[in-house]
Design a protein around this ligand. Structure first.
Ligand SMILES: Nc1ncnc2c1ncn2[C@@H]1O[C@H](COP(=O)(O)OP(=O)(O)OP(=O)(O)O)[C@@H](O)[C@H]1O
Length: 504
């Protein structure tokens, strides 16, 4: 039996070192000592996640529940999980008070370190997912299995805790048991940036070159008449996108899993602003804005899993079910044809093109080298750490943003620059209203945020810098838009920022 204090101590060790190797060793050491029944909870806690999802405890409850800590570390991992489950179940009249009482009881049984960890865990502040890669490696080490087998199981299950449990209790055999399941989303495959279109074509050989549409990623599963739709972060949006559900239900097949992009178009056929597409995924979704799907992959068709098939076969499958809804593109274009396609995509208001190797299998997790994105402008998705109060015309508004990249080794985000450029009046108003809800503290100078809001920044490049810990700073950064479809775990890493340093 492992004490909760050991989880807290391990998490502290991981945070205290920048060495990936040391992080993996600390996590693996603890994972290897867990009892079977503790694996799920402990893995989730270490990754800053709650095994059963959010506990419904807001920052206001967390800040009122103050109680003196216990001297002795006695809580077990399972006890903490049970207490959090009980918190989650509280509902009905007087629930606010009962929630505070239950939380106070849990915190009262915790040491000072444990209290600090619990408050951050319940507040969602530890949930940065940046640890994912490190955690998968630690699971492989602790279980003595190959990391690619762990990664694949994670792609299919989408859950670190389940992956860890399978690896540690049943090894590679249990991990191989994860299959694509209709109704359970898998983690989407991502692309890495290309230096240029020609370079990408050279590197990948036979390729599919497709529009990179500026919409939102969707994953659609259909089993008979049942259809589900998820976003890139695997949030289910089925109920908000009736028109996509109806369209998929009408496709000529019994079961299918499709990967694609969706966006709303203007009457002239140009993409509507990204925010409008994202707006359709929320509770107050404006129904008059119809979404179109543009599919680019087919991962399952009528009982056959296609993940391990090469892209050209998956595209054949896509054509048999959804040819009219396939993303615009071309197979094996010449460099000239590819370049015309890129110009056409940009002229039509899209971001650029994707170049994909026709021989490649579908692989999630790490950014694949077999999908390359070609975009004329550099953009980075960064985490907002703080916003300074504006001056002059912007007095009273939260303006200058402190921007950070994800630590590839799972540490806290690393600051790489500031900007107040590109902020429209609308964005300024939104920030000023929204940011205080995410604040850890504020003063006359700025509001400091939990690292959970992701903003897409356009920039001219980066330069080495002694001002920031990461040794690199953004040049001429401007805000393009917020990315509600991403969380800090999906932000760009410091490595991605460094990759933009001028090559010597
Ligand atoms: N033809 C396409 N094939 C694959 N993905 C596409 C395509 N068109 C648009 N996309 C979008 O591009 C994303 C893949 O690019 P990437 O891996 O860089 O993710 P990203 O970080 O969201 O990209 P970016 O920040 O550049 O929009 C996908 O998640 C998808 O939403």
């Amino acid at each position: 039996m492992v004490l909760f204090a050991e989880v807290v101590a391990t998490s502290g060790e991981v945070a205290a070192t920048r060495s990936r190797k040391a992080k993996v060793a600390a996590l693996a050491g603890l994972l290897a000592r867990l009892d079977r029944a503790e694996i799920r909870f402990a893995t989730a806690f270490l990754a800053g996640e709650l095994p059963g999802g959010r506990a419904g405890v807001g920052w206001s409850t967390l800040s009122t529940a103050t109680v003196s800590p216990s001297e002795q570390a006695a809580l077990t991992v399972s006890e903490v999980d049970e207490s959090i489950d009980r918190l989650r179940e509280i509902s009905g009249s007087g629930s606010a008070q009962r929630r505070t009482d239950a939380l106070t009881a849990l915190l009262g049984a915790a040491t000072e370190d444990e209290q600090r960890f619990l408050v951050r865990l319940l507040g969602g502040e530890l949930r940065q997912g940046a640890l994912e890669g490190v955690m998968l490696e630690a699971i492989a080490t602790a279980a003595g299995v190959r990391s690619e087998v762990v990664r694949r199981a994670f792609m299919l299950s989408g859950r670190l805790a389940l992956t860890s449990e399978a690896a540690l209790t049943g090894g590679e055999e249990a991990l191989a048991g994860f299959r694509l399941e209709l109704g359970r989303p898998l983690r989407p495959m991502l692309a890495s940036p290309a230096d240029s279109l020609d370079q990408a074509l050279d590197d990948l050989g036979d390729a599919s070159v497709e529009y990179k549409l500026d919409g939102a990623r969707i994953q659609v599963h259909r089993d008979g008449d049942e259809v589900h739709v998820w976003t890139r972060t695997l949030r289910e949006i089925t109920e908000h996108v009736g028109e996509l559900v109806d369209l998929v239900r009408g496709l000529p097949c019994r079961s299918v899993v499709l990967d694609g992009e969706t966006l709303a178009l203007s009457d002239a056929g140009r993409p509507r602003p990204f925010q409008e597409t994202m707006g359709r995924f929320g509770a107050q979704s404006p129904r008059d804005l119809l979404l179109q799907p543009y599919f680019f992959d087919c991962l399952h068709l009528d009982g056959l899993d296609l993940l391990d098939e090469p892209l050209h076969k998956r595209l054949d499958a896509l054509d048999t079910v959804a040819a009219p809804h396939r993303i615009p593109g071309m197979l094996e274009p010449s460099p000239d044809q590819a370049s015309t396609l890129l110009d056409e995509a940009l002229d039509n208001g899209h971001e650029g093109v994707m170049v994909k190797s026709l021989d490649s299998v579908y692989a999630a997790g790490r950014r694949g080298r077999t999908w390359r994105k070609v975009k004329p402008a550099h953009t980075l998705d960064l985490v907002v750490l703080a916003a300074e109060w504006g001056h002059g015309r912007r007095t009273g508004s939260l303006s200058n943003l402190h921007l950070a990249a994800r630590d590839p080794d799972g540490g806290p985000p690393i600051m790489v620059g500031k900007t107040f450029k590109g902020l429209t009046d609308e964005l300024l108003a939104w920030q000023t209203e929204e940011f205080p809800r995410h604040a850890t503290r504020s003063d006359d100078w700025a509001v400091y945020l939990h690292p959970e809001i992701v903003v897409e920044i356009e920039l001219d490049g980066v330069q080495t810098s002694t001002r920031y810990d990461g040794g690199v700073a953004l040049r001429f950064a401007r805000v393009l838009r917020y990315r509600p479809d991403k969380d800090a775990a999906n932000a760009d890493t410091l490595d991605a920022v460094r990759a933009l340093l001028p090559k010597r």
